[in-house]
Ligand binder design. Structure first.
Ligand code: IMP
Ligand code: MG
Length: 178
């Protein structure tokens, strides 16, 4: 275990089974649909890479970058699109892949943005959810795990751009950020 990690919240094995079961649900729901899977960089990369290989359908992928955090552990609430989709979302069914939903500000903004750009439908697949922290009403369509109000890292999730490479999800020691 990394020295800055207090405990492992979701093991590598558990992550594999979570991803498999999400992929199965998505495969079933999108069986007769064309869709674009859109990952929010950078946190979703590990999750999305593993998820997409387990969905046995034809689909496009794309990426967006949105920011609401500075360097800290709290959302600033002001969301900016740093990089938009390069595929034209008009008339498309979009499945956004995210690492974690916290206040809900990021996804709320991104979903509205894509609907404004003319998407037909926008759904959300998140690996983790902290429902107790929500500031705007938002319910992910697919969720891997509901987690308590702790700051977590690994499997794509970072603190100050570190720990994304950890193969598990762990709770970050408070001493690292307070
Ligand atoms: P929201 O806009 O408050 O929902 O924040 C969502 C974004 O905040 C996620 O995409 C993550 O990048 C980041 N985030 C929220 N909670 C955590 C956490 O516990 N660990 C790492 N990143 C987090
Ligand atoms: Mg993120």
């Amino acid at each position: 275990m990394h020295k800055d990690v207090q405990s492992i919240l979701i093991s590598r094995e558990k992550l594999e089974s979570i991803v498999k079961s999400l992929a199965k649900k998505i495969e079933k729901d999108y069986n007769d649909k064309e869709f674009v899977m859109v990952g929010l960089l950078k946190g979703s990369v590990v999750f999305m890479a593993e998820l997409m290989t387990k969905i046995n359908l034809d689909f496009e992928i794309d990426f967006m970058v949105a920011s609401s955090y500075g360097g800290g552990t709290e959302s600033s609430g002001k969301v900016k699109i740093i990089k938009d989709m390069s595929v034209d979302p008009r008339g498309k069914d979009i499945l956004i892949v995210e690492d974690i939903v916290d206040s809900g500000n990021t996804l709320n903004f991104v979903c509205n943005h894509l609907m404004t750009r003319g998407a037909n439908d926008v759904k959300i697949c998140t690996l983790c959810d902290k429902p107790s922290r929500r500031k705007v009403p938002l319910t992910p369509d697919y969720c891997g795990a509901e987690i308590p109000d702790e700051f977590i890292v690994g499997y794509g999730l970072d603190y100050d751009e570190k720990y994304r490479n950890l193969p598990y999800i762990g709770v970050l020691k408070r001493s690292v950020y307070s």
